[in-house]
Design a protein around this ligand. Structure first.
Ligand code: CP
Ligand code: NVA
Length: 309
């Protein structure tokens, strides 16, 4: 079991390349059929706070805890006092007395940071407006399974410069994989995230770029990634956004510029015929369901790393 210098997982930017690779290697072990039910977190309890919807994150964390011999507790902010204004700091101190870890999905990254600062137990970011680090752990595991290594590979993310774009740039930079984001200029990833990723990439030799032209971006790509054009919380912008993203749909014509053996990835849920055609999503290059399954294995490795005493 790898040891982590980190109490929490708020963003992959806080982890060293080796810490990330250790989690991925442990995930590979835990994924083996004979290791699926190792009781490495026997009796441990994970609280899961959700302020947004979820299928994969909720079910994979809960199933993962059960497979590890522990327990998980779903806490909707519609039900707990935090949703009625109890402070984050008080919530953190109270939950620290009952639980062994907290996973939280919410809007603002600063809320997750405040929760972590005031908790004595690990806090895991299960998606904010800025980051989705658990998804990227699963994505890196999927890429590793498919290509065997990261160096020399190029991931191109086509679409909104959102939480997925941010976390993919950082994750790619950490493991030394090239990453290009193609987005309309008004929807570029946050500049601070781009600069941060480029700074990290100096140590690993990765090339991190943001461009407008999807065809130039996709040329020579090994991995094509997309996500919804309107994220959770942006529902009322959906029609407006659809206009700006028309030429960013991942379809047969666009992927014809990628390498012949490219893989297609999507964090899901997908909007078919918007950011990706059904033909691509269901086609022979798509690994989206392997990727979704890997949420379970990558997060089990993360949980064990952070919560095993
Ligand atoms: N990819 C992902 O995080 O899915 P959910 O929103 O279903 O958790
Ligand atoms: N960018 C999407 C990812 C969902 C898993 C969102 O934040 O809604």
């Amino acid at each position: 079991i790898p040891t982590s210098s980190q109490k929490d997982l708020l963003s992959l930017k806080d982890y060293t390349s080796n810490e990330i690779l250790d989690i991925l290697n442990l995930a590979v072990e835990l994924k083996k059929p004979e290791n699926r039910h190792l009781p490495l977190l026997e009796g441990k309890i994970l609280g899961m706070i959700f302020e947004k919807s979820s299928t994969r994150t909720r079910v994979s964390f809960e199933a993962g805890m059960l497979q590890l011999g522990g327990h998980a507790m779903y806490l909707s902010t519609r039900d707990i006092q935090m949703g009625r204004g109890e402070t984050i700091a008080d919530t953190a101190r109270v939950l620290s007395g009952y639980l062994d870890g907290i996973m939280i999905r919410t809007f603002e990254q600063s809320l997750v940071e405040e929760l972590a600062e005031n908790s004595t137990i690990p806090v895991i970011n299960g998606l904010t407006d800025d980051y989705h680090p658990c998804q990227v752990l699963a994505d890196l595991l999927t890429i590793l399974e498919h290509f065997g290594s990261f160096k020399g590979r190029k991931l191109t993310y086509i679409g909104d410069g959102n939480n997925m774009a941010h976390s993919l740039m950082i994750g790619a930079a950490k493991v030394g994989m090239d990453c290009t984001i193609a987005a309309p200029a008004a929807y570029f990833p946050k500049q601070e995230m781009v600069l941060l990723s480029q700074e990290i990439a100096k140590e690993t030799g990765a090339v991190i770029e943001v461009v407008e032209d999807p065809i130039a971006a996709i040329t020579n790509s090994d991995i094509i990634y997309t996500d919804v054009w309107a994220s959770m919380g942006q529902e009322e912008e959906a029609l407006e956004r659809m206009k700006h993203f028309q030429s960013y749909q991942v379809n047969e014509e666009l992927v014809s510029h990628a390498k012949d053996n490219f893989i297609f990835m999507h964090c899901l849920p997908a909007h078919r015929e918007e950011e990706v055609t059904t033909e691509i999503l269901e086609g022979p290059h798509s690994v989206v369901f392997q990727e979704a399954e890997n949420r379970l294995h990558a997060q089990k490795a993360l949980l064990v790393t952070l919560m095993k005493s």
